[in-house]
Design a protein around this ligand. Structure first.
Ligand code: AMP
Ligand code: ZN
Length: 306
């Protein structure tokens, strides 16, 4: 006999092993939204009067995030940001899905097109030293632009769709290589650390990649189905698979790992490892840990010396 939903008794479609919970689609959607709401309130992510910029890639996680935030906080000022990275065979579908979603939701939005605005695309990095690890400059460029556009738009929070699987993967890697400063920065809310840096929030910190996918699918949210051609076979995907193997054997592994870090280890690390102060990039004026910021250096690499 098919398992019954632990909440309403209807026929269940989902089993969440970490919570030993069978759920039907309707109860799962409520469960997901409740979880996002509890994460937001637990960490004080959204306060009255906040202006929130939601960075949405067209993928399942950030699309689920935008949809859930719009349902849960209808009175909060939300705007969606999409960055078209100019990746052949990929970026245009991402932008298309993003546009479908914001139109469905009636959310105000902005699209930043790398080719139009900067005259470069992520594909150009194929001919640089980054050709075998394109996610690195891509991450630098996205983080910089998300913050800059949030800052220039007067937003008080920048929300991203990082999920529990993303966090567990980064956490494990930072531990493995002893990247203490990065460990200190990995938290559900990263407060503003410079007048030109906007506070970052991760409302999907406690939902797994699978939960985001299920929520997006059950809500009929449009999201991209193609994979990024530049990220195929990357370290991050291999590690996520490995972590899932462990989670299959150790119930609640990802949840416990991340929770222990935030509740027990992070407070100690924060006390022992103050982050170095940021300066302003001599080229663009945005916050930076070096004289010229990582974004400006990456762009120069593709454009060549001025
Ligand atoms: P990633 O770096 O691809 O793991 O993405 C992490 C988060 O950054 C996503 O959940 C989004 O919130 C945001 N993001 C990634 N790519 C884009 C994009 N092209 N446009 C806007 N936001 C993005
Ligand atoms: Zn700069």
């Amino acid at each position: 006999m098919a398992p019954r939903c632990n909440h309403c008794g209807a026929s269940a479609e989902i089993y969440l092993d970490y919570a030993r919970l069978n759920l039907c689609p309707a109860c799962f959607k409520k469960f997901f939204e409740k979880k996002v709401k509890s994460t937001v309130s637990k960490y004080g992510m959204i306060k009255p009067g906040d202006k929130v910029l939601v960075a949405a890639s067209g993928g399942k996680d950030s699309s689920a995030l935008l949809f859930a935030l719009k349902q849960l906080y209808p009175d909060v000022e939300l705007k969606a940001l999409h960055i078209n990275l100019g990746i052949f065979g990929y970026s245009d579908e991402c932008e298309q899905k993003f546009r479908e979603l914001v139109e469905d939701l009636g959310v105000d939005f902005v699209v930043f097109d790398l080719r139009e605005e900067l005259g470069i695309s992520m594909d150009d990095f194929r001919r640089t030293v980054y050709r075998r690890r394109l996610c690195s400059p891509c991450g630098t460029i996205k983080r910089y632009l998300m913050n800059k556009l949030a800052y220039e738009g007067g937003f008080t929070k920048l929300a991203t769709g990082h999920n529990l699987d993303d966090v567990a993967e980064v956490l494990l890697n930072n531990y493995l290589h002893g990247k203490v400063e990065q460990l200190v920065r990995l938290k559900p809310v990263l407060p503003s650390i410079h007048p030109k840096s906007v506070a970052k929030i991760k409302p999907l910190w406690e939902t797994t990649e699978m939960e985001d996918l299920l929520y997006a699918s059950y809500q009929g949210i449009p999201f991209r189905t193609v994979e990024c051609p530049l990220s195929a076979g990357t370290r991050s995907l291999r590690w996520k698979r490995l972590i899932n193997d462990v989670a299959g054997k150790v119930r609640g592994f990802k949840h416990t790992f991340v929770k222990s870090h935030v509740n027990k280890v992070l407070p100690l690390l924060e006390r022992s490892t103050p982050l170095p102060p940021l300066v302003e990039c001599k080229s663009c004026g945005m916050p930076s840990s070096s004289e010229t910021c990582a974004f400006c250096r990456r762009i120069q690499l593709v454009r060549g010396p001025a």
